[in-house]
Design a protein around this ligand. Structure first.
Ligand code: ZN
Length: 48
């Protein structure tokens, strides 16, 4: 399972609604809206 970096939900890689590759890493999203939010400001969601 992967973690949606936007909403922190667990996402099954095979059933992800959307994916994005950022700096060589693939991220999985529960919904297209989460992917859009991520792409607008990825650093915001990846900062720990
Ligand atoms: Zn999400």
């Amino acid at each position: 399972m992967a973690i949606d970096p936007v909403c922190k939900m667990t996402v099954d890689e095979k059933q992800a609604a959307a994916t994005a590759v950022y700096q060589g890493v693939t991220y999985y999203f529960c919904a297209v809206g989460c992917k859009r939010a991520f792409e607008q400001s990825p650093e915001k969601y990846l900062s720990k």
